[in-house]
Structures are given as C-alpha cells and as structure tokens.
Design a protein around this ligand. Structure first.
Ligand SMILES: [Zn+2]
Length: 183
C-alpha cells in the first residue's frame, strides 16, 4: 500500500468550492502517466457522468492520457492539442459522458497552478495538478477558475469508489463516510 498523499494546504488558497469526487482508478491512471512522463509534464483528460454531483461537487471517474504538444521545454510546460480537445469532447458526448477537466503534472514543483496555467485555463473545467518528485506523485490538488475572474479556487479532492452514488445524500456529511480520505 502506498501511503496517503500529504494534504496540500496552502494558506493563500482560502476560498474553496465543492469537492472533486475522484475515483481511485482515475487517480492511478494520472499517477502512472505522471511517473512515466517524468521529468516532462504529463497531461490528460478527466471524465465523469453527466451529473453535477450535487451540492456543487464535481465527479471524475476516469482519466485518459493525452499528448503534451508544448513546443518549448516540456519539463516546465504542457499544451493540449485543440483538435484532441474537440475529439475528446465529441467522444465523451457520444458515450453519454462529460469532459470534466484536465490533469497535468509538475515535475519537482508544487501542485499549484503556474501563471501560464492560469492564463491558459478554460472556465468550467476542473484542473488537477500532480506534483512528481523522482517519478513518484507526492501531492495532488484540484482547482477551478472563478467564473468572472482569472483566479483559481481550490476544490478539495475526495477519493471514493462510488463517486456518482454517494453524493447527494451524503453531501453535507462526507467526513462521516467510510470511503473518503481527503487529499
Ligand atoms: Zn502547470
């Protein structure tokens, strides 16, 4: 068993939105990709059911690796191909699913958005960032743009095997659930 991720509490991220409910399989895919791509940044898609998750939560039950097409130093930057974004959105729609967000890794850097990350972000998508140290993911955090501002707010990550099923009735009592280590 791998030890749980340390909480990534950062004093400047005081405002938060609803939780990101993340299936462990999606986290494993992201971790493996981030490790394989090291020391370059890995990036990919986060997918979920077409429901909001209730109570402002977002639901991700799978992750799919994408290509990092950044033209510069890919150890410090990532870029998704716009044609892949459109294809992924269309594929998700065909499968009755939603493209919830994007993940990428920060080799040897904190799991916090960089200035380019902020300026490249799309509203409405969740951004999950994984810190990788010596090929090992050591921290994971989720962010989303404020709708009317170019600042990110945190979404606490809750790992759950059943992200779609437990949300509505347990939304105000997540700490009482047996399935929810909070990252
Ligand atoms: Zn970044």
């Amino acid at each position: 068993m791998r030890p749980p991720h340390p909480a990534s509490l950062t004093p400047t991220d005081r405002r938060t939105r609803g939780e990101l409910l993340l299936h462990p399989d999606a986290l494993r895919t992201l971790e493996r990709h981030a490790s394989d791509a090291y020391p370059e940044e890995a990036c990919g898609w986060l997918l979920g059911p077409p429901t909001s998750g209730g109570a402002g939560a977002r639901v991700v039950d799978s992750a799919r690796p994408a290509r990092n097409v950044a033209a510069g130093d890919r150890r410090r930057a990532f870029e998704l191909a716009s044609e892949e974004f459109r294809a992924e959105e269309a594929r998700a729609a065909r499968e009755g699913r939603t493209l919830v967000g994007v993940y990428h890794s920060h080799p040897d850097r904190p799991a916090r958005p960089s200035i380019p990350d902020r300026s490249a972000a799309w509203p409405g998508l969740v951004y999950v960032i994984a810190r990788v140290t010596r090929q090992q993911v050591s921290d994971v955090a989720a962010y989303e743009l404020e709708p009317l501002a170019s600042t990110f707010v945190r979404r606490p990550i809750v790992l759950t095997e059943d992200p779609g099923g437990t949300v509505a009735p347990r939304a105000n009592n997540l700490t009482g659930s047996s399935t929810v280590p909070v990252l």
